[in-house]
Design a protein. Sequence first.
Length: 295
Amino acid sequence: ISVHVTDYAIRKKLMGLKKDDLILEKIKLLHDNGIDMHTQIVLCPGINDGAALEKTVFDLYQFHKHILSLAIVPVGLTDHRFGLHQLKKVDHDYANSILDMIEPWQRRFRSEIGRAFVYASDEFHIVAGREIPDEEYYDGFLQTENGVGLVRMFLSDFERQAKQFPRKLSERKRLTLATAELPAGFMAKWIVPRLQTIADLDIALEVVPNVLFGRSVTVAGLLSGKCLVSSLRGKELGDLLLLPPDILNYDALFLDDMTVPQLEETLNVPVMVYDGRWSDVFDRLRRRAADLATV
């Protein structure tokens, strides 16, 4: 449930309401009828933060028996905002201030109900320049669809799978990892160095700006085919281009309806969308070697 703010005056401004939508009464009705809920706040700096954020968190916390989680995510701003209300971007200092604000609440809630209840999205931790929290922070990863814990899940899974990585490839191969600007930092810090320990595997990390929505949109899941082509055309991409897992929709299309085969033809490289198994990546590289051997 997208709540955003419970203070009516701010809620009216933020959501353009003509009358009170009685959000807490609706939540209470669901709660009293035993309906479990997950909630979120999209945080807009200078509007629903500060005292308004604290009020919203504690207004929702009173229903913690059936509100299982509350995610706080930063507002996403595109370059296409002509004529819209001016909103501020979440920056380094702001992200740190929000995390500092949330942490005492989490400690209190854990002591009272055994879980943190409120969780900051991965973007806050990355923009703040902080380490990604351990798995325990997320209490079972209740809001991955909101970008809360996806990075930790990815890193933890990578660490487990890395124990089974080959020490050496049968012949030299080059793997290009393409991602957006936000995840590039942890990819460069954690993923690339471990892959580089595999003998005869060359790794390149390509950071792809978002030309569809604008540079302020930095998450990998919102990269389009056009973004990839714009950034990667003409570059030596090696034997395989590996893309982030959430970059295609259920119809296997990019946001601009480009297909993977179309991208392969344009960039002249085999393309694979990461499916959760690094063994599949190494298999694809081996198949690539076999394919070249038969040409």
